[in-house]
Design a protein around this ligand. Structure first.
Ligand code: FES
Length: 276
């Protein structure tokens, strides 16, 4: 049985913006009913090119409906440039976290948004140019590669949780493992671009990254974190606001806060929660 946050339950039981926008500027469909999840997203822009109206129709599980509903609430009022920056992790964070096994629902939301924007702009989303690796769920090599890079995935199970690839007959497991090995190999053999940081530089960059990249997403959901100390590569933080009482805060710290700090400050940082 999955553990859902109250916000996931609320968006599932009372989904916002259900339906199809009349005279939409763009309509995109992703997933397929045969594969168990499908999402149709439509939006209309106002005279300032901001998303004025956005609606969804989703076939799928509770978290697929909740993530679609959350996505529409998040992007209303945004420009397309702002909406393009919304990641699947932002959608999961908005909902206070999702079970790992349901992260693919947030990926489906992000894919629908990207496809709708691409349709509006008359371009083709990059992943649709890839080669199908998982026939059961129609997932391409580029989609798998992107999920690994963006979410720091390391195992076949991770890839299935985030993309559904590999969750059916299993024929694609070998091909998925090859992609994981290649991408992780590339990530680990990347030349060390970063010079060694002094402790003061490290703390400064952590503070800047929290302020610029992490806090705004947490605040969308009424949450926050405070940097308490940095001991070597251990980043000690305390959760605040809605994060302090959220059951999924560990997941947020690991898969969002730590992943961002590793990406933008230092790849060996480990985030630990302390009570203060
Ligand atoms: S081909 Fe990927 S699970 Fe069947």
């Amino acid at each position: 049985m999955w553990e859902y946050t109250d916000k996931v339950k609320d968006h599932f039981l009372h989904p916002r913006n259900v339906g199809e926008v009349e005279d939409a500027d763009a309509v995109a469909e992703v997933g397929s009913i045969a594969c168990g999840d499908a999402l149709k997203l439509s939006f209309k822009l106002d005279e300032n090119k901001r998303i004025k109206e956005v609606k969804f129709k989703t076939f799928g599980c509770a978290s697929a409906i909740a993530t679609s509903s959350a996505l529409t609430e998040m992007i209303k009022g945004m420009t397309l440039e702002e909406a393009e920056k919304v990641t699947n992790q932002d959608i999961a964070n908005y909902l206070g976290g999702l079970p790992q096994e349901k992260m693919h629902c947030s990926v489906m939301g992000r894919e629908a948004l990207e496809k709708a924007i691409a349709i509006y702009k008359g371009t083709v989303p990059k992943e649709t140019e890839g080669k199908i690796v998982c026939e059961c769920f129609g997932v391409t090599d580029l989609e798998i590669e992107r999920a690994i890079r963006e979410n720091n995935l390391a195992t076949l199970e991770d890839v299935t949780n985030f993309t559904k690839a590999g969750g059916g007959c299993g024929n694609c497991h070998g091909a998925i493992q090859e992609i994981i090995d290649r991408v992780r190999g590339e990530l680990s053999t990347k030349p060390p671009e970063r010079p060694k940081l002094s402790n003061i530089q490290k703390i400064k960059r952590i503070e800047e990254t929290i302020e610029r990249e992490i806090r705004p997403s947490l605040k969308l959901d009424g949450g926050d974190i405070e940097l308490i100390d940095v001991v070597g590569n251990r980043v000690l933080v305390a959760t605040r606001g809605a994060c302090a009482s959220c059951q999924a805060s560990n997941q947020t710290l690991k898969h969002f806060v730590e992943a961002k700090l590793r990406e933008l400050v230092w790849p060996e940082l480990v985030v630990e929660e302390v009570s203060q």
